[in-house]
Design a protein around this ligand. Structure first.
Ligand code: GTP
Length: 325
């Protein structure tokens, strides 16, 4: 008699603990109707056990993706095996709000879930238990760390003055695209751009003005290029851009537009209107060009021609064709 009452007491304690434990416990019958709903589930959903008992889970929570959820539970029932889903596969099963102030970056609670088949006395699986873990802190930390890493990566490949790619990253992209072009044989063009007489800008207006001129030329370059084009700051006042899948006439059109966009409107800095021009060299990819470096050298040689012939002009390699204003 004493043993029985101990068992009863233990059971009573267990039930009390289940209601107060900081994980969600739900039992569903074969028709996905709720049979058990503990305190965690009540507190986060605002629905009492009486309100949910014998109601189908999909009617109570239309956000639950029904097909996925049924598959998950059916296979656990069939295999008589536990299964597990993480917030990385699906951020949550039950859309509960997240109230924690420190995890302000998430409006909802991230959850992991264990699906646990429950055997009847006859050894049949008529019920399934769901155990819901609140993993918001872990998930938010991981997401924030990923974002921070992505930001660091972005910083490490960006030039701080112009926000274009820095030389290291631009060259990496060039190598990658060059390898791709060897296979695809698509026409692409490499363009080198250099601000004319830039030393004179620094000498006349100072380095800060010089920086602003570099920044503004980069802005005009960004406005002229397409999103797919790969633009970098190659050196001090030199820029490089890779125009992918571009024919020579389109490349010339791009270069001319950029040249005019720089020459046409002086750059304002404090009380000054600083007029600058750019010289441009273009090189089309060609079977004879056997390395990324050789390609850059060709475009650089064309740029040198533009400088030699009076600046503020575009030269196309290998035939030395000019366009000037
Ligand atoms: N303000 C500023 N100046 C820079 C920067 N990087 C390089 N420079 C300057 O850019 C100038 C480049 O001068 P040069 O290579 O002689 O060429 P240039 O005066 O532009 O003449 P050409 O290219 O022949 O038309 C040098 O005076 C460098 O100090 C930078 O980030 N900011």
């Amino acid at each position: 008699m004493a043993a029985m009452s101990n068992d009863f007491l233990e059971m009573h304690w267990m039930v009390t603990m289940i209601h107060h434990i900081d994980v969600g416990l739900v039992v569903l019958d074969k028709d996905y109707r709720v049979q058990v709903w503990n305190g965690f589930m009540k507190n986060h959903s605002g629905l009492t056990p009486d309100q949910v008992r014998n109601r189908e889970i999909f009617r109570l929570f239309p956000d639950i993706p029904e097909r996925w959820f049924r598959q998950k539970l059916d296979s656990a029932r069939l295999l008589k095996n536990r299964s597990f889903t993480t917030w990385e596969q699906r951020p949550y099963v039950f859309r509960f709000q997240n109230y924690r102030p420190i995890t302000g970056s998430s409006a909802f609670m991230y959850q992991n879930m264990t699906v646990c088949p429950l055997e009847s006395i006859k050894g049949e699986i008529d019920h399934i238990a769901l155990i819901i873990y609140d993993v918001t802190d872990e998930a938010v930390n991981k997401i924030e760390q990923k974002l921070a890493n992505a930001r660091l990566e972005e910083i490490s490949r960006t030039d701080s003055i112009t926000q274009l790619f820095n030389r290291g990253h631009w060259e990496e992209r060039l190598r990658h695209e060059f390898a791709r072009m060897q296979r695809s044989k698509q026409p692409s063009t490499l363009v080198m751009i250099d601000i004319d007489h830039f030393k004179a800008v620094n000498d006349q207006y100072g380095h800060v003005a010089g920086d602003e001129v570099i920044r503004e030329v980069a802005r005009r370059l960004k406005r002229t290029k397409r999103n797919v084009d790969i633009a970098g700051r190659f050196g001090g006042e030199e820029f490089s851009i890779l125009l992918l899948d571009t024919q020579p006439d389109q490349a010339l059109y791009f270069a001319e537009r950029l040249r005019k966009a720089v020459a046409k409107t002086p750059i304002e800095f404090e009380d000054h209107a600083i007029s600058v021009t750019v010289s441009i060299g273009i090189s089309q990819n060609h079977p004879e060009i056997n390395s990324p470096l050789a390609w850059v050298e060709r475009a650089d040689a064309a740029l040198y021609e533009s400088k030699k012939n009076g600046r503020n002009q575009v030269t196309f390699s290998p035939d030395g064709m000019h366009m000037d204003g």
